[in-house]
Write a protein of this length. Structure first.
Ligand SMILES: NC(=O)c1ccc[n+]([C@@H]2O[C@H](COP(=O)([O-])OP(=O)(O)OC[C@H]3O[C@@H](n4cnc5c(N)ncnc54)[C@H](OP(=O)(O)O)[C@@H]3O)[C@@H](O)[C@H]2O)c1
Length: 336
């Protein structure tokens, strides 16, 4: 089988596709999935370099988010609700391959009308943003939400979810093209270039001097953003794409009676598993109602050989939304 096999750590730009990778080994809860599309995450780069918190033993296959069909010869474990040929998506180590072993308990059916490209990138960013905006940020209809890196994978999903809830969104991004994506694809009400000093004054102007009720931050800009948070606002720490973990002076939290909360989607499975199906129920309702349409970077990357270049594009901030590699190079078989 073709796959990106890791036997030693190196930058993903130097990786090549192996043509004779071993077939996946299936555990007792696993089904075998023929990969149609695999989504990219920043942690794929870290894992390729050996710098991620989760480093499987050598040899392993890179990639973690995918969509595909249950292989015709897949075993069907007890309690599994899928059958061969079903369209599924989820999170499994080894997504940059033709086939992958997937724990059926963490996989979902691809929603009707959704393409494999769209479904490939659903399993991490959308539940993270749903939990961050709704459970942790406690966003209410009519409130102002500031979403940093609003054209990125996590950011764009947060913009869409906040808008679907009826909130008003100010998105930030680092280039005119990405500001356009925040508005056109995400539906943000306003979009600001956060590389320009003084963007907080713009936020205050837009919100009539009140500031934003919720800050959603995958970059590491909480401290700067507290200049434009409203009384009793909620700041949600999502990630540190900017590369630095911030230190916050706690007097800033006290002065405006604000809350600073975190979201770590992966930790819910261990600490609060009952939250996970609630989030997916909410997301599926939004997908099915058409209020939430997953945004995929266009044009898509075609074929496993495009993975190294695609990861370089992700690292250099070229992509927007979810960057996806179409592993199966034949046309999509989505029911549109
Ligand atoms: N807490 C959780 O459960 C959870 C879940 C998923 C992801 N995350 C974290 O969220 C962060 C964003 O993930 P993502 O999937 O949205 O990534 P992404 O698609 O690569 O987007 C990140 C965006 O951050 C902005 N950015 C600002 N400074 C940057 C820098 N120095 N290098 C790269 N990008 C920079 C870029 O937008 P501009 O070009 O517009 O500045 C970029 O588009 C990551 O830190 C990730 O680990 C957390």
């Amino acid at each position: 089988m073709r796959a990106i096999v890791i036997n030693e750590y190196m930058h993903p730009s130097k990786r090549t596709v192996t043509n004779d990778a071993p077939e996946p080994t299936l555990g007792k809860h696993d089904i075998l999935v023929d990969v149609e599309a695999a989504a990219l995450n920043f942690f794929d780069i870290l894992q390729s370099l050996g710098k991620y918190q989760n480093q499987p033993p050598f040899p392993y296959v890179l990639g973690a988010e995918l969509s595909g069909t249950v292989n015709p010869n897949s075993p069907i474990p007890k309690g599994c609700r899928f059958k061969p040929g079903d369209r599924v998506f989820g999170y499994a180590q080894g997504a940059f391959a033709e086939r992958v072993a997937c724990d059926h308990r963490t996989f979902h059916s691809v929603p009707e009308g959704m393409t494999f490209d769209q479904a490939a990138g659903l399993s991490i960013t959308y539940p993270t943003s749903y939990t961050g905006i709704i459970s942790r940020g406690e966003t209410k209809s009519g409130e102002w939400v500031l979403v940093h890196a609003g054209a990125g994978g996590v950011g764009l999903s947060a913009v869409q979810i906040a808008k679907a809830l009826g909130a008003k969104v100010i998105a930030t991004a680092g280039s005119p093209a990405k500001l356009e994506i925040c508005k056109k694809v995400g539906g943000a009400d306003e979009a600001l270039d956060y590389t320009k000093p003084g963007w907080q004054k713009e936020v205050l102007r837009i919100t009539g001097g009140k500031g934003v009720d919720v800050i959603y931050d995958p970059v590491g800009l909480i401290k700067d953003s507290l200049k434009c948070i409203a009384w009793k606002g909620r700041a949600v720490v999502v990630g540190f794409a900017g590369g630095k973990i911030e230190q916050l002076p706690s007097n800033l939290i006290l002065l405006k009676n604000i809350s600073v909360v975190g979201v770590h989607w992966g930790a819910y499975i261990k600490n609060e598993p009952e939250h996970v199906p609630e989030v997916w129920k909410g997301l599926f309702e939004l997908f099915e109602s058409g209020k939430l349409i997953p945004a995929v970077y266009d044009p898509p990357y075609i074929g496993l050989d495009s993975v190294p270049g695609a990861l370089v594009d992700l690292e250099s901030r070229k992509t927007w939304g979810k960057a996806v590699v179409r592993v199966k190079e034949t046309p999509q078989r989505a029911k549109l």
